[in-house]
Design a protein around this ligand. Structure first.
Ligand code: ADP
Length: 261
């Protein structure tokens, strides 16, 4: 059989992700660019993935766009909702998972999927920055850190400085006032992660936890949030190294299934 390459692009609010799949199973290339919809991010992610795979756009059997900015991406063969692609991608990354927690830059979703990866039910928070990647970005900026440094700070925490405000703006003021009291920054980071975990756990409990649980989206890269969420929910959470690419992965699989028909 000739090689058939399908590309999935997940145009997020914060990042652009692209993944090329060979014959529906093998990841041939992937790229994550820290710039989302309305920026050059989607094109840069696409170009980077094509270059990595040594392909031109014309050689792709299907291009499938998903994510918050999917409708602004030009030239897609298929445009598919985030929920569908995340469910397909999460199932491919963690085939046993029945509950998928996806925390992105601007929203948090909890999905229940069946044994085949079909979406059964979901709940979403896209109204409030608390409990999303945005909350972590705001807090990291106040602490003069990058989001990628938060997990290692959390790992050094000796206790947790609780953050009581649920609103991002008030929580930011709270973090600033804790800094003024000279609290340990690692303990403060642990408090910030616990706050995200409490918010997310509320959403998960409303939907009902069916194990095994996996986590996708960019925030899954933050092991501090994953640990805090495991503690809050009392269940282990699987995280794949490709967690942030779940939507793009699902989109590439969707395109593969369509071209097979
Ligand atoms: P979206 O699809 O909504 O644009 P993503 O799923 O890509 O968002 O998630 C973006 C979020 O992921 C950021 O707000 C940030 O909190 C988190 N993130 C991104 N990269 C890292 C990293 N290297 N370490 C920890 N967290 C990260």
């Amino acid at each position: 059989m000739a090689e058939r390459m399908t590309l999935g692009i997940d145009v997020g609010s914060t990042t652009s992700k692209c993944l090329i799949l060979k014959n529906g199973t093998e990841i041939a290339a992937s790229a994550i660019i820290a710039a989302g919809t309305g920026t050059t991010g989607p094109k840069r992610a696409l170009d980077a993935a094509l270059e990595q795979a040594g392909l031109t756009r014309g050689e792709l059997a299907a291009v499938t766009a998903t994510g918050y900015g999917r409708n602004s991406f030009e030239g897609a063969d298929y445009v598919v909702s985030e929920l569908s692609c995340h469910a397909i991608g999460a199932h491919a990354l963690a085939p046993d998972a029945r509950t998928v927690i996806d925390i992105g830059g601007q929203d948090a979703k909890v999905m229940r999927i069946d044994a085949e990866g079909k979406l059964e039910n979901f709940l979403m928070n896209d109204k409030c920055a608390a409990g999303t990647g945005r909350f972590l970005e705001v807090m990291a900026r106040v602490l003069e850190l990058d989001v990628s440094q938060l997990a290692e700070m959390d790992a050094k925490a000796k206790s947790i400085v609780p953050i009581s405000s649920t609103c991002t703006v008030f929580a930011e003021s709270e973090v600033i006032s804790q800094l003024a009291k000279n609290v340990d920054i690692c303990d403060l980071v642990a408090g910030i992660h616990a706050s995200v975990a409490v918010r997310t756990a509320g959403l998960v409990r409303r939907l009902g936890i069916v194990p095994p649980v996996c986590m996708t989206g960019g925030v899954a890269r933050n092991a501090g949030v994953v640990r805090a969420l495991e503690k809050e929910l009392g269940v282990p959470i699987t995280v794949s190294p490709e967690s942030q690419l779940a939507g793009a992965y699902g989109a590439a699989i969707y395109g593969w299934n369509k071209t097979k028909e």
